[in-house]
Design a protein around this ligand. Structure first.
Ligand code: NAD
Length: 322
């Protein structure tokens, strides 16, 4: 178990300039750890790290995990967040997504093995595909179309899990897999194409809110600080997972739209467009394992999380205008 004696650790965060990564780096630094963030900035942004560069315990290297990383010194943990994560991002870069999830993950596993470090791998609820079992427990194997457009993401994440499991079996590498469900919060890109930023930006602009399909499909939305809390706990424990990390409060896309409109005080209409190919109809994690093994449950109520996220995007719009 790393961190059990409370001493500072060296942690490499791959994909640390992204949405979740920026929050994770900040949290690790605040806890006194030393952080090396490695990111190719394909979907991440340097500005997610701006405030962190003030501390000597933080370093950034612009690099692609697919190329293999040469890093000096010991590391206690490596967190693999590197991957395009929003559908428009991975649909724009399908081969890069596959390469990052496969060759990139293998390269980080080799690094973890060489350094004797724990590797925490960020997998996703997308490994369940369009689930035939509801809600989703970790022992469900999923329902993924392997040749659909979304497969580049889903299957690369499934490959990543298989690679972690193989390194555990073959070399005894200390790996832990977390299956992250929809996470939202400040620091997302306004144009990243995911549900929450899309709706907030549209409502702030007084434009119609786009709904794919009927809007009756459900999502479970977890506030980013809660997701990061689970990641930190996973770094500190030895559990192999996979462990679901998400908020079990399930609500329809229509309900999310109504909440966003209410909190912004927007009169925007709803614009219905065709459903996305292989879009999951239902999503809700069972988080008993996370509660038992990590002592984790999400704490942030959706309204509060949305309020903070709306304030963030309102600030972004102001900054763009000035
Ligand atoms: P993000 O796109 O904001 O962050 C991903 C980061 O990885 C970016 O900074 C990007 O530049 C970097 N990256 C991509 N390919 C790379 C490569 N080959 N080498 C180095 N860096 C690379 O996405 P996010 O929402 O912060 O997601 C982080 C991780 O969590 C991803 O692995 C994603 O699959 C997983 N996840 C996120 C969610 C969510 O709702 N946000 C849900 C499930 C899983």
């Amino acid at each position: 178990m790393i961190g059990s004696e409370g001493r500072p650790r060296r942690v490499l965060v791959a994909g640390g300039a992204g949405f979740i990564g920026g929050h994770l780096c900040a949290r690790l630094l605040a806890a006194g750890h030393t952080v090396l963030c490695v990111d190719n900035l394909s979907t991440g942004r340097r500005r997610n790290l701006d405030v962190l560069t003030e501390t000597e315990r933080f370093d950034f290297a612009e690099a692609d995990i697919v190329d293999g990383l040469v890093v000096s010194g010991p590391f206690d943990a490596i967190v693999n967040l590197a991957s395009p994560a929003s559908p428009p991002d991975y649909l724009r870069a399908p081969i890069e997504t596959l390469r990052t999830g496969s060759a990139g993950t293998l390269a980080l596993l080799e690094l973890a093995r060489a350094k004797g470090a724990r590797l925490v791998h960020a997998s996703t609820s997308e490994v369940y595909g369009d689930p035939l079992v509801h809600p989703q427990t970790e022992d469900y194997w999923g329902n993924v179309n392997p040749i659909g457009p979304r497969a580049v993401y889903d299957e690369s994440k499934r490959f990543g899990e298989a690679a972690c499991a193989a390194f555990v079996r073959e070399y005894g590498t200390n790996c832990g897999i977390v299956r992250i469900f929809n996470t939202y919060g400040p620091g997302m890109r306004s144009d990243d194409g995911r549900l929450v930023p899309n709706m907030i930006m549209q409502a702030l602009a007084g434009e119609p809110l786009t709904i794919h399909g009927s809007g009756e499909q459900t999502r479970s939305l977890c506030y980013v600080e809660d997701t990061v809390d689970a990641l930190v706990r996973m770094i500190e424990r030895d559990h192999r997972g996979p462990v679901n990390v998400g908020n079990p409060v399930e609500l329809s896309v229509r309900r999310v739209a109504a909440l966003v409109k209410e909190l912004i005080g927007s009169a925007s209409s709803l614009e219905f467009v065709p459903a996305m190919v292989d879009d999951p109809r239902q999503r809700r994690p069972v988080i008993d394992l996370a509660a038992r093994e990590l002592g984790w449950t999400p704490r942030t109520e959706l309204r509060e999380g949305l309020r903070r996220t709306i304030a963030f995007f309102a600030g972004e719009r102001e900054a763009l205008r000035s």
